[in-house]
Design a protein around this ligand. Structure first.
Ligand SMILES: CC(=O)N[C@H]1[C@@H](OP(=O)(O)OP(=O)(O)OC[C@H]2O[C@@H](n3ccc(=O)[nH]c3=O)[C@H](O)[C@@H]2O)O[C@H](CO)[C@@H](O)[C@@H]1O
Ligand SMILES: C=C(OP(=O)(O)O)C(=O)O
Length: 438
């Protein structure tokens, strides 16, 4: 377990470039299994989860060539399906959430896909029913070994069909799309998730020869094709990282420019931060956050009632930024309710913010009321452990705004999704040191 030591209370200043999107990368990397031709992918973030998935692809026999920072070619022309039966795969496959998305492409192209119960954040139940029901609807036989927590699907040839997903699952939709592109006939997926990650995946698959329409909506229509070819794909900037840096700028009263954010793919994010009082200026494709020297004030609704910030499937506000919003609210002028509808254990980290002096009432596992200090009282430095990736970054932001030196253990959780975060934050003036493996 490694640790960050953070000296808080310093203003930051400068430019920060977001990494490529983690959750897009996990989908796109799995899609390389759909073709024997070469695929080039650019702007791949150098983070633990993505590197684990690249290592897994390599063990599956995918030929991988690093062209430069964040750029790789992949060629899945000799896939080693025996690896899927190995004890090693049972270990490797459960190391991250994204590994679940190898199942769809393997099933579509080779007629079988297996996966141990995947990892990822421990933020509540993370069921896989949507994924497997989709494969079953396409004609696959499903097996689940309860002892080993091992899932399997098999089919000689998938057949297109109409399906109504029980929920708009992000990885579930991606998985089903990747199976359906090689199925016989037409598949209609209604209640599909449509996050930019999925739009990017569908656009890439179409460039590879797939026939997907409805991209960006909650109804995808996929005409199956015989085979797919190679392409070049570039990952969007990571919108969750962008939101994290907006929160960081506000809480440390810093002037920051976040460069090349792909503004049109940010959805609700700018308006949600504006509702909690943060000034966000668009400068071309950059976001400029002026130093909030006089703090920031939460807006009420038109009728004067208290603001609620909640998550919803895209184009709603992403659940992955609610922990950061909640943390930023601890220093706002005013109060708000944060309602995390999707995950039932993602708000428990507020105990740590409360230890630091934040005024938060955890109403139930899904809802917290936050009463901002308006910087009249700063958070106090403390020692804490990062429970999940976004809570980890939220605690890091809190520590950078707090008075004194804080310690965050288990920062591997943060490294799962943020590339070289300590070095990049030091470059804009943060006082943060990494202590390896204690
Ligand atoms: C690797 C990856 O891409 N992970 C993301 C992906 O996870 P993942 O794809 O695992 O998440 P899902 O979209 O399947 O579901 C997330 C949670 O929301 C609930 N749910 C989902 C849809 C819905 O309409 N109603 C509902 O309540 C689910 O029951 C589950 O508890 O999407 C989540 C939701 O944006 C993000 O937090 C994760 O960062
Ligand atoms: C929950 C997240 O990741 P994962 O689905 O990989 O656990 C996240 O990125 O916030």
């Amino acid at each position: 377990m490694s640790t960050f030591i953070i000296e808080g209370g310093h203003q930051l200043k400068g430019k920060i470039q977001p990494q490529g999107a983690k959750n897009e990368a996990l989908q796109i990397l799995c899609a390389v299994l759909l073709t024997a031709e070469e695929i080039q992918i650019d702007n791949i973030p150098d983070i633990i989860d993505v590197n684990k998935l690249i290592a897994l692809l390599k063990k599956l026999g995918v030929k991988i060539n690093k062209l430069g920072k964040g750029s790789y070619t992949f060629k899945a022309d000799d896939v080693n399906l025996d690896y899927l039966e190995s004890a090693q795969f049972k270990e490797d496959g459960k190391g991250l959430r994204g590994s679940i998305m190898i199942v769809g492409p393997l099933l579509g192209r080779f007629g079988r896909g297996y996966i141990p119960k995947p990892g990822g954040d421990k933020i509540g139940r993370r069921r896989l029913d949507t994924h497997f029901q989709g494969f079953i609807d396409l004609g696959a036989k499903f097996r689940y070994n309860k002892e080993d927590l091992f899932y399997g699907v098999e089919a000689k040839k998938l057949k297109g069909t109409y399906m109504l997903l029980d929920e708009a699952s992000v990885t579930g939709t991606a998985n089903i799309v990747m199976a359906a592109v090689l199925a016989e006939g037409t598949t209609t997926i209604y209640n599909a998730a449509c996050e930019p990650y999925l739009q990017q995946l569908c656009k890439m698959l179409n460039r590879m020869g797939a026939k997907i329409s409805g991209v960006g909506s909650n109804m995808l229509i996929i005409e199956g094709v015989e085979s797919l070819g190679g392409t070049i794909h570039r990952m969007l900037p990571d919108m969750i990282e962008i939101g994290s840096w907006i929160g960081l700028a506000a809480m440390t009263k810093s002037e920051l420019t976040i460069t090349n954010v792909s503004w049109d793919d940010l959805g609700q994010m700018p308006s949600v931060f504006r509702k909690i009082g943060i000034t966000i200026e668009r400068q071309g494709d950059n976001i400029h956050i002026p130093a909030h020297v006089d703090g920031y004030e939460v807006q009420n609704y038109i009728d004067g009632s208290i603001l609620t910030v909640s998550d919803a499937p895209w184009p709603g506000f992403t659940p992955d930024l609610l922990s950061i919003i909640l943390t930023v609210l601890t220093q706002a002028r005013g109060e708000a309710i944060v309602h995390q509808k999707m995950f039932e254990s993602r708000l428990f980290f507020v105990d740590k913010l409360i230890d630091m002096g934040a005024k938060i009432i955890l109403c139930d596992p899904h809802r917290a009321t936050v009463i901002g200090h308006d910087f009249k009282s700063t958070l106090k430095a403390t020692t804490m452990t990062s429970p999940d990736i976004r809570a980890g970054v939220s605690l890091l932001i809190a520590a950078l705004s707090a008075k004194g030196t804080s310690v965050i253990h288990n920062i591997e959780q943060i490294d799962r999704g943020y590339e070289n975060i300590d070095e990049r934050l030091r470059a804009i003036g943060a006082k943060i040191e990494r202590v390896e493996g204690n």
